[in-house]
Design a protein around this ligand. Structure first.
Ligand SMILES: Nc1ncnc2c1ncn2[C@@H]1O[C@H](COP(=O)(O)OP(=O)(O)OP(=O)(O)O)[C@@H](O)[C@H]1O
Length: 573
């Protein structure tokens, strides 16, 4: 263990021990009982943090999954006389099953509908708790007496143990590959799908897993407090949970603990001056949203990094440009990388493209040209799997991929966008690794890093490896986006207006990059309005106009064609 790491572990351990012992210091209102509530609530909030903070899903009804296991366990004990531990276990299993079903239903809904759906679920759970008083205790709730069999200190120890286990599992889970995957999904679902992430599956699993944490904290909290009431599962409670996650720092490991600790302590202190309670909440939440969006966790992390990096040299970029980035899957010389066969797409009454066919060879740069609205993006979306065609077929390396989902095509098809779709707070290398996570899932972390550095080095972008994407110029981001698309030597690269916004130097860099990709026998399809650049790098192509192919062949002859000049005059002259 290095000296610096040893100091960090020692400091962390000391702080953890001090925090655990703090309820016995006689701080105002900070008692073992309150600390038990905070610890168990933090476990529940960790679930919401995973769903909302890490994955970006607007789960506004999370309290339902905190209260539900309490109700289920209570009803099993009360009505069916199931022993306590078995009732808790069964209640947890049932809650996770319900969460999985709810997740599967709502996860495919766009942001606000997911939020409203989860709110609706919270209403349903609260409504059921009120509607059947003979089973649920109605407005006065279900009372548990089992919790009193443990002393206050024993409860505190149990809560701390549960929190420690939850934190350890969370830290083990949300790192490296999984952390990057969640970041990319959170930031940009379309880019996530194109780098190979099965977005619906990732979101559904994160939701179920998050609900499992919420349920664990919730069921223990119900036994500790001795009662579960309908309000515990309702919308107000759910929104308070969101507020606590925001206050602690969304996506931060310690965010739930900090948020729960501060809010519950404020709540207890303000309890002595009840009229200030809501005002305190309001000020704390507004202050977070307006002035500290990274929450308390973000502030602490900044301080921690400052201490950790004092006197430390900036990370060295290792030049691995001479190493192969990954085993090259080189296409057969002269083979067909892409065949588009009679593809059509209708959006209602709009014929975006109609009966488009062409082939792209390995090692060829193929131009897809046309005025705005010609159907180029729609065609790219169909080839990469973001849209299904209304008619026709798409073959990559001779394989019919027409109905394959986008993430399953990612290894064979790399795609870049008009505006680079990188995650701003990940480094350049991490953004590149996010693609490797899914096209080479079994590669060890160190191997992925080496492969990312090698790729960036080979394309002259090695110096950017440790910079956050937000620090790069627009042109640099674009080059990184293109290099990332080329990772793993896909059979086919779809580049959407790669030259837009690049300086002369960057254009030369891009031309060099395309040359290297041609040598790797990659088939490249280029949508580009910069005719000078196009003529420099592409040999042949097709011109689309109004969704149909109006010209095809060698680039020079194609652009001289009368019909093309009429349709596309502004761009060519
Ligand atoms: N999701 C959609 N729903 C309805 N119409 C659409 C949709 N996507 C594209 N279209 C229509 O399909 C046609 C082709 O659009 P597309 O974006 O593919 O053209 P483009 O050549 O990429 O244009 P640009 O260069 O401006 O991006 C346009 O008429 C557009 O309005």
């Amino acid at each position: 263990m290095s000296g610096r790491l040893f100091v960090r572990v020692l400091v962390t351990g000391l702080v953890a021990v001090l925090c655990a012992a703090s309820p016995y210091f006689g701080l105002p209102a900070w008692t073992p009982s309150l600390a038990t509530v905070v610890a168990l609530l933090s476990v529940s909030l960790m679930g919401l943090n995973l769903i909302f903070g890490n994955t970006g899903m607007l789960a506004f009804g999370q309290a339902a999954f905190v209260a539900l296991p309490g109700y289920l366990a209570g009803m099993l004990s009360l009505h069916l006389h199931v022993p306590t531990l078995a009732a808790i276990a069964l209640a947890l299993i049932a809650t996770v099953i319900v969460a999985n079903l709810v997740g599967r239903i709502f996860i495919r809904l766009p942001g606000i509908f997911f939020a409203v759906g989860t709110l609706g679920f919270a209403f349903v759970v609260e409504g059921l708790a009120r509607a059947f008083p003979s089973v649920t205790g109605g407005a006065s709730g279900l009372v548990f007496s089992e919790g009193t069999q443990l002393s206050g200190d024993a409860w505190y120890a149990l809560a701390l143990g549960t929190l420690a286990l939850a934190l350890a599992s969370y830290l083990g889970l949300v790192r490296h590959r999984y952390a990057r995957t969640l970041r990319v999904v959170h930031h940009d679902e379309l880019a996530a799908a194109v780098v190979g992430i099965d977005v619906a599956r990732v979101k559904s699993r994160a939701f179920t897993l998050g609900c499992a944490y919420s349920a664990l904290g919730g069921v223990l909290l119900a036994y500790f407090v001795g009662v579960v009431v309908p309000e515990n599962s309702g919308v107000n409670r759910s929104l308070e949970m969101v507020g606590m996650v925001m206050l602690g720092g969304p996506g931060r490991v310690l965010g739930p603990l900090l948020g729960a600790g501060l809010v519950q302590w404020m709540f207890t202190v303000a309890g002595f001056a009840k009229q200030y309670e809501v005002l305190l909440y309001g000020v704390a939440f507004l202050g977070t949203v307006l002035f500290a969006r990274e929450g308390l966790g973000g502030l602490l992390q900044a301080v921690w990094h400052r201490i950790g990096s004092a006197g430390k040299l900036p990370p060295q970029v290792v030049d691995r440009s001479s190493e192969p980035a990954m085993p090259l899957t080189v296409g057969a010389p002269g083979g067909v990388a892409l065949r588009v066969e009679g593809v059509a797409k209708r959006f209602g009454g709009v014929h975006a493209i109609d009966d488009v066919s062409f082939e792209v060879q390995h090692g060829e740069v193929f131009a897809l040209v046309g005025p705005n609205g010609a159907g180029k993006t729609t065609l790219f979306n169909i080839i990469s799997g973001l849209e299904m065609p209304s008619a026709g077929r798409v073959f990559v390396e001779g394989q019919d991929v027409t109905s394959a989902p986008v993430h399953e095509r990612a290894a064979g098809i790399g795609r870049s966008f008009q505006v680079a779709r990188l995650v701003p707070d990940l480094t350049t290398a991490e953004n590149v690794m996010a693609r490797l996570d899914h096209i080479a899932p079994h590669m060890p972390e160190a191997g992925k890093r080496a492969a990312a550095l090698a790729l960036l080095g080979r394309f002259g972008l090695g110096e950017l490896a440790n910079s956050r994407a937000a620090q790069l110029s627009a042109g640099q981001r674009k080059l990184v986006d293109i290099a990332r698309a080329a990772l793993g030597s896909p059979s086919l690269l779809l580049l959407d207006e790669p030259a837009v916004g690049l300086t002369e130097v960057e254009l030369d860099q891009l031309a060099g990059l395309l040359d290297k990709l041609k040598q790797q026998r990659c088939g490249i399809v280029l949508v580009e309005h910069n005719i000078g650049f196009l003529s420099r790098v592409a040999a042949s192509g097709v011109v689309l106009h109004g969704g149909i192919v109006i010209a095809r062949g060698p680039i020079g002859a194609m652009l001289q064609d009368e019909a093309v000049r009429n349709a596309y005059l502004g761009a060519i002259e």
